[in-house]
Design a protein around this ligand. Structure first.
Ligand SMILES: [Zn+2]
Ligand SMILES: [Zn+2]
Length: 261
């Protein structure tokens, strides 16, 4: 039977497919040129938080920052928060280009699958994906929850449910990008509250967010979930800020004020 809806060809004529980052016509949502620019992290990373290690560091090493984490059991990100990946996240979050969730979630799926093979993120032991919660006010202002949408697109592929009801943001916080060091820890302290602790007891979960900056937010969420009974909490993000020794640490930082929202 013939479909009465517009065909894909007609839709393509009306809304030609284009890269959602550089606007190149006739491409995937994230074109090949943009994708080539993404600095994927790969295997040579801290065994705990997933930050890239210097070429001279041993692969199994844990970085200096990780000695300070009390609650995160491990964290992984697909790529560095620079260039096209950072641009893609900004457009996804602030320009309403929510279709970018597809290539971004695909990157998360890749990470989870690769890490399940190693021991970084023990997928088989994890019960659910948990989005880092947005404050309800910010959610309604933005119109969607970027972390929740990423979870929804990742969940089926990795075979885990999404739990949106185990942690809530009870206080709106200053965006972490506007703060430095210790004030980031202070800013998120007490901002979250666990719910339905019975779901968490004895379980391991994967916290999902778009960007891992200093880890203060994910660490605070992990603390709340662990105190409520979770045995392990892992962090999974699309990007993470580059370590200071990395050339990408000083590229296009802070040229988009919206990133601070
Ligand atoms: Zn592009
Ligand atoms: Zn580390």
């Amino acid at each position: 039977m013939e479909s009465r809806g517009p065909t894909d060809e007609v839709l393509d004529l009306l809304f030609p497919p284009r890269c959602q980052v550089c606007d190149r016509l006739g491409s995937d949502l994230l074109c090949e040129t943009c994708l080539e620019e993404v600095l994927f992290i790969g295997e040579h990373a801290c065994a705990c938080c997933g930050v890239p290690l210097r070429p001279t560091q041993r692969a199994s090493q844990v970085c200096a920052d990780c000695r300070g984490w009390r609650w995160i059991s491990g964290a992984r990100a697909a790529g560095l928060h620079a260039g096209a990946l950072r641009a893609a996240i900004i457009r996804y979050k602030f320009d309403g280009r929510t279709r970018l969730v597809e290539p971004l979630a695909a990157m998360l799926v890749e990470v989870v699958r690769a890490e399940a093979e190693r021991i970084g993120l023990p997928l088989g032991e994890c019960a659910a994906l948990v989005p880092v919660p947005l404050h309800p006010g910010r959610r309604s202002w933005r119109g969607f929850d970027q972390a929740e949408l990423l979870c929804e697109r990742t969940a089926d592929e990795v075979g885990l449910p999404v739990w949106t009801d185990v942690i809530a943001r009870i206080r709106n916080t200053t965006p972490q990008v506007n703060l430095r060091g210790a004030s980031r820890l202070e800013n998120v302290r007490g901002a979250f509250e666990a719910r339905k602790a019975w779901k968490l007891r004895g379980r391991s979960v994967i916290l999902v967010d778009d960007v891992f900056t200093t880890g203060a937010t994910i660490n605070e969420c992990a603390a709340v979930l662990r105190r409520a009974g979770a045995v392990a909490v892992y962090g999974l993000t699309v990007s993470r800020t580059a370590p200071l020794w990395h050339p990408a640490a000083f590229t296009d930082v802070g040229d988009d004020a919206r990133e601070a929202s």
